[in-house]
Design a protein around this ligand. Structure first.
Ligand code: TPP
Ligand code: SF4
Ligand code: MG
Length: 302
């Protein structure tokens, strides 16, 4: 049967998706929430990068920020709290042709999901993670998160938080992430460029994106916003992104710190390493039926 003439013949002829085509449900975030900006720029990135629905997937855990996949008219998964990374790892390994994006909050990715972040980073599976960091648990209405600063008054720290906050950039560099950047929802161009750079990285890329919770931590990031009298300092031009110690040191600057790419190196991804193992195994088992491969494997494990 002939293909309908209205269908484009090649990938290059397909029109990029527009925002109108990508918008799904109306976002249920509070008016003014920083997460809107991340969503709007994700639509823009998909359009600019000419990604079509069958070529990308958005994965999340639980939280206000984790509602993200609902609002994108494409494949997406709203998974268990803290478990977006292992799920996304499975998708990325099974379908290396897809662009896998993970969206989540500081609680989802660094508190309950902190253990998964450690291992996802060292495995270097190809995917891009955007932590929409608002320094609080927003969905559950104001509990201290791993990034809340000392003194922050919340429902779990009535008299102010006392625990040293975690630095997401330092943590993921130390764990083995191969692309690590920092941006903010108030600088759209910077946020868009950072997401695009992460998408093209062949490995585990992490972006900490400051995203204000106007309901439970208003004004948290004013000092990083020139429109509110703050300062948006970019990573110095002479910073060597392949120097782990220098990246770590730069990430240690006091708040609001620097914005940009801190670390970017090439290390074989889990996808690449596993593909080699799989190719060798497939060669060895050539011509065998599935049950024969299974039997051989079981025998070897005796
Ligand atoms: C296993 C489990 N524990 C606790 C919760 C309750 N819970 C839902 S979201 C959340 C934290 C959300 O904070 P964050 O990830 O920072 O997202 P935000 O809402 O700030 O965007 C918690 C503790 C849950 N849903 N599941
Ligand atoms: S509670 Fe905070 S993080 Fe959640 S939607 Fe409202 S402003 Fe955004
Ligand atoms: Mg949060």
């Amino acid at each position: 049967m002939n293909a309908p003439t209205s269908l484009p013949a090649t990938e290059a002829e397909r029109k990029p998706l527009t925002k109108k085509e990508l918008v799904a449900e109306h976002p249920t975030w509070c008016p003014g929430c920083g997460d809107y900006s991340v969503l709007a720029l994700y639509y823009k990135m998909i359009e600019r990068q000419k990604l079509h629905q069958e070529k990308f997937v958005s994965v999340s855990g639980i939280g206000c920020s984790s509602r993200f996949p609902y609002f994108v008219q494409a494949h997406g998964v709203h998974f268990i709290h803290g478990r977006s990374l292992p799920f996304a790892t499975g998708v990325a390994l099974a379908r290396p042709d897809l662009h896998v994006f993970v969206f989540g909050g500081d609680g989802d990715l660094f508190s309950i999901g902190g253990n998964h972040m450690v291992h996802a980073a060292r495995k270097n599976t190809k995917m891009s993670v955007v932590c929409m960091d608002n320094y609080v648990y927003g969905l559950t209405k104001k509990q201290t998160s791993p990034t809340s600063p000392i003194g922050y008054k919340s429902k779990t720290d009535n008299w102010g938080a006392v625990d040293q906050p975690l630095n997401p950039v330092k943590m993921v560099i130390a764990c083995g992430a191969t692309f690590v950047a920092r941006t903010t929802h108030t600088n759209p161009n910077h946020l868009l460029e950072t997401m695009e750079a992460a998408m093209h990285h062949d490995g585990f890329s992490v972006i900490e994106c400051l995203s204000e919770c106007v309901e439970f931590y208003p004004g948290a990031f004013d000092s990083a916003n020139p429109r509110k009298g703050g300062q948006f300092l970019t990573v110095p031009a002479d910073h060597d992104v392949t120097n782990e110690a220098a990246a770590y040191k730069l990430a240690d600057a006091p708040f609001p710190g620097y914005f940009g790419v801190f670390y970017n190196v090439n290390r074989p991804s889990k996808n690449a390493r596993e593909a080699k193992v799989n190719a060798t195994a497939m060669e060895k088992f050539k011509g065998l039926k599935d049950w024969q491969i299974l039997k051989k494997t079981m025998e070897r494990m005796k």
